[in-house]
Design a protein around this ligand. Structure first.
Ligand SMILES: [Ca+2]
Length: 370
């Protein structure tokens, strides 16, 4: 079987010389236990990292989804793909470049895409570059259509399009969320795993991060003398109803401190939720007996500022916005299932049921401090 699967926050590409499971998250900075973060709880990604080579200095070409993903998938910089925004397709606008999945496909692999691998829309010709890159039409989770809808229950009991949006999943349209649908589809592609699924209350993930334990970014102020061109005024946050209601001055803010703490809390909760989706996928892979013949790559399209330098979200060139996790699990190279005395390679770890733990790779010790 030649399968290739990626799951982004959450998407799936598969590639059996070795299968390749390529997981590319969205907007995920290196706020992960395996990158030395002491606060965030990411046991499943840390477990993967403990069996992998972890690259500590990986950076996106640009802290924007479409140029970063197009650059990585064509192995060309944005000044070659001529894409710095979301509004053109490289085969038309820059050159008929072969993509990474297209190369695998040309070598006889079946390549499949679940969720957001290419940036959707005109940047990938409204097809996610199918049929050039993929053996079957890419899967997009139906519930993604509600991304910008009013689905967040506010303190007034009404629904809003908020930034802070920890939801009860059963109350969401369709009773599901896009990452859950993508992870389930990816598992279906992997086949056969009886899946119990993660907890259904995203608000539960907030409980992992009590507000009184949150702190501001260590450098929360806009640097003195910062050239205006180096600053991005985080418009994607300002357009959200709850942020708009704060009437924050443009362009530098700042966001009130109590709201900053809540943004950080919600981001960490979202990272733990992502970790659960990655855990579901990896344990499904393992339960199928494919952990010994499948490479797993885990990365992100760019980072996300959480108040450092007075910045939020993506777009800027600060390292928190451009640095990404990059993890390669290569069976027989970074780890071999025979090295385990017993048990699974990727058992699912419930973040709610575990105390802090350390993972040690047999050959590649990672920088995790519990
Ligand atoms: Ca992104």
């Amino acid at each position: 079987m030649k399968i290739k699967c990626s799951i982004t926050a959450t998407s799936c590409v598969f590639f059996a010389e070795k299968n390749v499971l390529f997981i590319i998250s969205d907007d995920l900075r290196t706020t992960l236990g395996c990158y030395g973060d002491h606060l965030v709880k990411t046991p499943n990604i840390d477990q993967l990292a403990s069996r992998s080579q972890v690259f500590l200095n990986a950076f996106a070409q640009q802290a924007v989804c479409a140029p970063s993903r197009t650059s990585m998938l064509t192995a060309r910089r944005p000044d070659t793909t001529r894409l710095y925004d979301f509004y053109s397709y490289w085969r038309v606008n820059a050159g008929n470049f072969t993509t990474l999945p297209q190369y695998f496909k040309s070598q006889g692999y079946t390549t499949m895409s679940v969720g957001k691998v290419f940036h959707p829309g005109i940047a990938s010709n409204y097809t996610d570059d199918y049929p050039y890159s993929w053996s079957a039409p890419p899967y997009h989770p139906p519930s993604f259509r509600y991304e910008k809808e009013k689905v967040c229950k506010g303190e007034d009991g009404a629904l809003h399009a908020n930034l802070l949006c920890a939801v009860n999943v059963t109350e969401q349209p369709g009773g599901i969320l896009p990452d859950m649908e993508s992870a389930s589809e990816a598992i279906d592609v992997l086949r056969g795993w009886q899946d119990d699924g993660p907890p259904l209350f995203l608000a539960e993930y907030l409980s992992l991060y009590p507000l009184d334990e949150m702190s501001l970014a260590p450098d929360p102020d806009v640097p003195e003398g910062l050239p205006a061109v180096a600053y991005n005024p985080w418009m994607d946050l300002r357009l959200r109803e709850d942020v708009r209601a704060l009437n924050i001055s443009f362009p530098y803010g700042p966001i009130p401190k109590d709201f900053q703490l809540r943004i950080r809390q919600h981001y960490f909760a979202a990272v733990s939720y992502l970790d659960a989706q990655v855990g579901r996928l990896l344990s499904a892979l393992d339960n199928m007996g494919r952990a010994a013949d499948t490479m797993v790559v885990f990365s992100s399209d760019h980072g996300w500022s959480l108040g450092e330098h007075g910045e939020w979200a993506k777009y800027s060139n600060f390292d928190v916005a451009t640095r990404v996790p990059l993890v390669f699990y290569v069976p027989g190279v970074t780890f071999s299932p025979e090295w385990l005395e017993a048990g699974s390679v990727f058992p699912f770890i419930d973040v709610f049921g575990q105390s802090r733990r350390k993972f040690k790779g047999k050959r590649f010790l990672i920088g995790y401090r519990g």
